[in-house]
Design a protein around this ligand. Structure first.
Ligand SMILES: Nc1ncnc2c1ncn2[C@@H]1O[C@H](COP(=O)(O)OP(=O)(O)O)[C@@H](O)[C@H]1O
Ligand SMILES: [Mg+2]
Length: 299
């Protein structure tokens, strides 16, 4: 494990992500992140953009791909409702011999190593955790670890971006932080060719008919602005292929089963879904309930 010394303090560093990713289509988004990270004069500072979009649309992948493009190690901080300031910065760990060692979070490791930090799903964090990042994400570029009793400055090469779901399952991001995670880069649904290419890249062993079925299904759902994502498409294809393989279910039937188990019954009845009659997550088929004749159920 790598270490880094700040005065008398030794910090144990986190590992960068090893996974290799590629970003397909919408190159403009990649260019925008890289533009945020460039500096145009010696005293210019990089920006830390926030990538916003529905779950499963590729925010984390896009951020990782941008980091890879920069050629620096990439570190991901998975933010949750329970993320405390020390989780973001430095945590003390008690060893068997009873002495305390200090572990640098992926974020602090990126700061020390001049890497890229992705604060993933950062909108889930409580305000107190955001507050600990305020000096890092403005011109000061440092954090204060209360636990380790040090101020940690970021390497010049340190870059950061934040991803956020635009659903409502989260805390409000405080205004003073929003101003520090600018600009906003919004992810939109990919177009037909791009989406087919993304699916093909992620499930490269899928036959063309399943690829077309899934692409058409997702594109139609996007037209109704339903919450079906590229990730849902990937899951549907992978499950359908497993059914096809294990049970010799024909591809069309396997697609239908996979689609309904992943997105819920009636997931392809777009109009009704869009009108709120069905909900993803295997809820009971509401329209069947609504259509049922109550008299028929009487004894
Ligand atoms: N443009 C794209 N290029 C490559 N893969 C993509 C793209 N968009 C989505 N994906 C794939 O879709 C899945 C979900 O992406 P992810 O980045 O986890 O979404 P999010 O972080 O928005 O929830 C991943 O498997 C990812 O590889
Ligand atoms: Mg993500």
């Amino acid at each position: 494990m790598n270490e880094h010394k700040i005065g008398d303090l030794t910090l144990r560093l986190s590992e960068p992500v090893q996974q290799d990713v590629s970003w397909i289509g919408q190159q403009e988004l990649l260019q925008q992140i890289l533009a945020c990270w460039t500096t145009v004069t010696e005293d210019d500072l990089p920006l830390s953009p926030r990538l916003v979009g529905k779950p499963g649309m590729g925010k984390t992948t896009l951020a990782q791909a941008a980091g890879k493009e920069l050629g620096r190690p990439v570190y991901i901080v998975q933010c949750t409702m329970d993320t405390r300031p020390e989780d973001l910065l430095v945590t003390p760990v008690l060893s068997e011999k009873g002495h305390i060692s200090y572990h640098a979070s992926p974020l602090v490791t990126a700061m020390l190593e001049g890497g890229v930090a992705i604060l993933d799903e950062a909108n889930r964090m409580p305000e107190k955790s955001w507050a600990s990042l305020a000096p890092l994400l403005d011109h000061r570029r440092y954090v204060e670890s209360v636990i380790a009793g040090v101020r940690i400055p970021a390497d010049e090469r340190f870059r950061c971006c934040v991803t956020m779901n635009d659903d409502a399952s989260t805390y409000e991001v405080p205004e003073y932080m929003v101003s520090r995670i600018q600009p906003l880069i919004a992810l939109e649904f990919p177009d037909q060719d791009e989406e087919r290419e993304i699916l093909r890249y992620n499930v490269d062993f899928a036959p063309a008919d399943l690829l077309d079925m899934t692409t058409n299904f997702l594109q139609e759902a996007h037209r109704y602005n339903l919450n079906y994502s590229t990730r849902d498409g990937i899951n549907i294809m992978r499950y359908a292929l497993k059914l096809n393989h294990a049970r010799e279910t024909d591809v069309k039937e396997a697609f239908r089963i996979a689609m309904e188990q992943i997105l819920g019954p009636g997931a392809d009845r777009f109009e009704e879904r869009a009108a709120g009659l069905f909900f993803p997550g295997n809820l009971k088929d509401l329209s069947e309930l609504l259509q049922r004749d109550p008299k028929r159920d009487e004894p």
